[in-house]
Design a protein around this ligand. Sequence first.
Ligand code: ADP
Ligand code: MG
Length: 448
Amino acid sequence: MANGITAQRWKALLDKVRKEQPDLYQPWFASLQAGTLAGGTLTVDARDSEKAYYLDSSCRRAFAEAAQAILGRLVAVEFVDPTAGTDAQPGLTTPARELPPDEPIKLSPTYVFENFVVGPGNRLAHAASIAVAENPGMSYNPLFIHGSVGLGKTHLLQAICHGVLAHKPDARIYYFSCDSFINHFITALAQNAVHAFRSRCRHVDLLVIDDVHFLTGEREHTQEEFFHTFNTLYQAQKQIVLSSDCPPSEIPDLQDRLVSRFNWGLVARIDAPSYETRVAITRRKARQRGLDLPEEVCSFIAAKVQSNIREIEGAITRVQMQAQVEGTDPSLELARAALDGPPEAAPDREVSVQQIMDAVMVRFNVRLADLQSKKRSRSIAFPRQICMYLARKLTRHSLGEIGGYFGGRDHTTVLHACRTIEEAIANDARLEATIGQLAEGCRNNGAT
Ligand code: ADP
Ligand code: MG
């Protein structure tokens, strides 16, 4: 038998599965073929996607245990789908429909490696990203980067895309936020265009999905789709890069098999930047904007804003605006005035709805127009509901007035939003913390 396992052992292995797991065993197992045995993994040619699906979802363990018994050592088993990439998959055999043409991949031109400041908190994630960009599919697969908000995950993910395109301009890249993946899939389902969706995201050289923690609580078939997309690409040795705000095992309600797959490659955490890194980042960001910040101002900003680089950018903007208003160069004194705020900006001043929107827009990466639109996709409706909830908690506006800020919605919608978020908070400590931070941020900024 091919590459490392004899025909005799393979037969013994199948016999063992049949004996130990009669419920799982299927007559067609006899036609399966063992592939390679390398690096502690035995690959099995699953013949077609439907069989691969069955084997992978139900029989992985049975085969691994049998392999272990026959070969006398720990062996993982991989079922290889030879039709991978042809989109054959059970359950969802819809007539193929076309999707609208692909939008060109949207990358920020500034999210490149050259603009990324490396420090102790992100060294591993950065090094792994470079390795992946230079050798997609060959170094760490998947690469899973996690860290809290504003620490550079999206920057690194996009830098990988830029890097791959620099080496191979015609590389096919599927780069999306997890929310977009979910929305596209759900739309494709509704439009009977699942085949087109699959062929779009599975015939790629690089799959990059940002913020996979949004898979939390997604319905079974969405995680299922994600799982198969992952498998297809992984088996074809295509690079997969994922980001999340927590490690795979801490994403609530994520199927175990996804957790385990996300852990297959390299999981790299980004920690909050050190003081030195923050100074370097402040310097770099100011230079990128053509702003000449004296060293002492960079140090002041770095000392003042400790947790999150997006906030460092906000601080630079405030200093820049203050300098413009005063028509002077940014000095330490001016930075103090801009960032410490006037003394009367006490925490007990009322927060404005605008401030809440600003904070939520940054945290959830949505636009004002979206918050005020009629769009009901989760990625927009959820932040909008959080805005309404915070507006109710932190301002004295009536339900109807709050609705007015969000595209003229009526008071029942606002009430519903408040209840939804209260319920969500009760079940999700992380969300509670996020909303707590948003509220605190708004309170501390005070209304202007
Ligand atoms: P996340 O996706 O983790 O929430 P982002 O990648 O959106 O964070 O980063 C927020 C901002 O901080 C971006 O403008 C990004 O360019 C910047 N940033 C984060 N880390 C670094 C870094 N190490 N060097 C330079 N800029 C950084
Ligand atoms: Mg991000």
